[in-house]
Design a protein around this ligand. Sequence first.
Ligand SMILES: C[S@@+](CC[C@H](N)C(=O)[O-])C[C@H]1O[C@@H](n2cnc3c(N)ncnc32)[C@H](O)[C@@H]1O
Length: 196
Amino acid sequence: MWDERYAGDDYVYGTEPNDYLKAQAELFARDARVLCLAEGEGRNAVYLAEQGLNVVAVDGSAVGLAKANRLARARGVSIETRLADLAEFDLGQDQWDGIVSIFCHLPPEVRQALHQKVFNSLKPGGLFVLEAYRPEQLLFKTGGPPRAEWMMTADQLQEELAPLHFEQLQEMDRPILEGQGHTGLGAVVQAVCLKV
Ligand SMILES: C[S@@+](CC[C@H](N)C(=O)[O-])C[C@H]1O[C@@H](n2cnc3c(N)ncnc32)[C@H](O)[C@@H]1O
């Protein structure tokens, strides 16, 4: 499905980074090793690489990752891409200074298992940054998956990401204008979590 969605020349979510990630990017040290989950066509990974970070982008779409590499080349940076199903992807132990999850909407059992791996895979002091749609997004019809259970709430994140320490956790409705995929007011949850 995602290969088909990404088949055109256009970048479905644009080539500029997600607003929330951009606002948090300075939390990462230059040369930090960062994993971008479900990174798609690479807009966030490429932005972080432009800030001097070492970025690995994982996604299940070969077409998306090819476009991510193309965007990186066009911007004069490099990223590492890994084609994998997040239901099976090994995040490793004490591997990452940062893990980024921007609109990574998965079946709930896959998401919960993935979130349970985040704590161990971060280095001490590592950060997890997330923005995702909340179930209320179904009313807005401006993007996101068609199922409420694939979306997230702040309460769910606190449960699934324990024992990470939440530096930020907020739910809000905000305009999201990201390519043809995200087209207006959106109901989101945002989080920055620290592995103490
Ligand atoms: C809404 S897009 C977000 C892309 C990117 N994070 C962004 O903000 O531009 C969701 C992404 O999740 C990926 N995805 C969905 N299910 C996946 C899975 N089981 N394993 C790996 N990637 C998956 C899709 O290929 C797609 O690129």
